[in-house]
Design a protein around this ligand. Structure first.
Ligand SMILES: Cc1ncc(COP(=O)(O)O)c(C=O)c1O
Length: 438
């Protein structure tokens, strides 16, 4: 693990290392945080991205293009690390709280989520977060994890692997036959009806990357808590809602909220988070040694187990990671704060409304995403009569429009209007679908 905070402060060799530290290195590191650009209109926001202007990018939710503040933060940290790898990483990880870089990132994230830094666990992506949570839960033989037929591969497989290991079981239920006509009441009724006597955990996806439906997690959580029966834990894959929807994640009602931050948040590729409160962190058993939990490390030094309850830090997978990327996550959250989550969500909603309205005028198009912005977010999933989804995407690409298909057993074409798009681009995409549909 390199030097610990304690050995750093006490060992003579470590003190010698301190004296080699260029003066003010940590404040220089902090200064690598670039000045915020003017983000007061959407053209200025779009100008932060170096996306190929030859294309219209309607699949940005797949993986982010880094905007200028994130690129500059990564570059600044990379320069500092390349100049002084040991000093920068060692001090950035183990320095006092005021200079601890992961803590600074967690503080920025906690502020955005409406919660506390200490409840935020840094992960490399959504998949790792889901796997850590399900494998960490104290599942016993006979326990059941209930999820839906609509969840992503990463979510289903995290549950399958964890339940198999624990001798527990998993069950998938549909929440709707047709996402476009689902309502909050019908979704809640379907979920409540699916809960069985062995169900201990419910796994849901906030915004589905198959149909584009956005589940009303707040209302669902309230309904789960109001029902009679044993309390259930609610795990949410929130990746396509975080950064596209104006919600206070820390009060939304999830027990565990897992998301990559390298999609709608525009944080560096290979970054993500889990949010949970202290009680729910305490329930989990970590799977990977942490490099950021002091109690775990000092217990190991004494050949003991940590005595304190498990926490978010202890769940963060250790081993060195791409710190230039991890630390630059804060720049992305600051950028979102500066743009304003409500303003971001309203822009995404308006572009998606426009897209749905335009596509709906085409009788050969079936839209699978609910029309209401209250039950959808940044994706529009659709089919064109007589044209396979993959061919729709191919024909859009031939017109320089980057769309995608949903990676599920039943697949649809998807357009995901986001902050990198304009109303004119949405109009052109709708027109292109009209041409393709014949
Ligand atoms: C709903 C959903 N969950 C999870 C993932 C996996 O995300 P990550 O790459 O952050 O693990 C995806 C990928 O796009 C997704 O659509």
């Amino acid at each position: 693990m390199g030097l610990t905070r304690r050995s750093f402060l006490t060992a003579p060799t470590a003190l010698a290392a301190t004296s080699l530290l260029p003066a003010g290195l940590l404040s220089a590191l902090a200064a690598e945080t670039p000045a915020s650009p003017d983000l007061s209109d959407w053209d200025k926001v779009r100008a932060q991205f170096v996306l190929d202007p030859a294309y219209m990018h309607f699949a940005s939710f797949f993986i982010a293009s880094h905007p200028a503040p994130v690129r500059e933060a990564i570059e600044g940290y990379r320069r500092a690390i390349d100049a002084n790898p040991f000093l920068v990483i060692e001090r950035g990880l183990f320095e006092d709280d005021a200079h601890n870089m992961p803590l600074q990132v967690r503080t920025e994230i906690g502020r955005y989520l409406g919660g506390r830094a200490e409840d935020v666990c840094l992960t490399p992506n959504t998949t790792t977060g889901l796997a850590l949570v399900y494998h960490g839960l104290p599942l016993k033989p006979g326990d059941e994890v209930l999820c839906t037929t609509h969840d992503h591969y990463s979510h289903h497989e995290s549950i399958r692997l964890a339940t198999e290991r624990a001798g527990a079981s998993m069950r998938k239920i549909p929440l709707f036959a047709d996402a476009a006509s689902a309502s909050t009441d019908s979704l809640i009724a379907a979920l409540l009806a699916g809960i069985g006597p062995k169900t201990r955990v419910v796994g849901l996806t906030w915004v589905h990357s198959s149909s584009g439906i956005r589940l009303p997690i707040r209302e669902i959580s309230a309904a789960l808590r109001a029902r009679n029966g044993a309390p259930l834990l609610l795990v949410v894959d929130g990746v396509h809602g975080l950064g596209s929807t104006d919600e206070t994640i820390a009060t939304m009602g999830c027990d565990y909220f897992c998301a990559g931050t390298h999609k709608w948040m525009f944080a560096p590729r290979g970054t993500g988070l889990i949010w949970a409160n202290a009680d729910n962190w305490a329930r989990l058993h970590p799977m990977i040694p942490s490099f950021s939990d002091w109690d775990q490390y000092t217990a190991w030094e004494k050949n003991e187990k940590p005595a304190s309850p498990n926490n978010a830090n202890r769940m963060s997978p250790g081993g060195f990671v791409a710190y230039d990327h991890q630390w630059a996550t804060a720049a992305a959250f600051r950028m979102h704060q500066q743009m304003g989550p409500a303003r971001v969500a309203a822009r995404i909603r308006s572009l998606n409304d426009q897209c749905k309205t335009g596509l709906a005028e085409n009788p050969r198009v079936k839209i699978h995403t609910p029309k209401s912005g209250d039950l959808s977010a940044g994706l529009v999933s659709f089919e064109v009569e007589g044209v396979k989804p993959a061919d729709v995407v191919k024909q859009l690409l031939a017109r320089n429009i980057v769309a995608s298909t949903s990676p599920y057993a039943i697949t649809y074409a998807r357009l995901a209007p986001s902050l990198v798009n304009t109303p004119e681009e949405v109009e052109r995409a709708v027109r292109a679908v009209r041409e393709i549909s014949g």
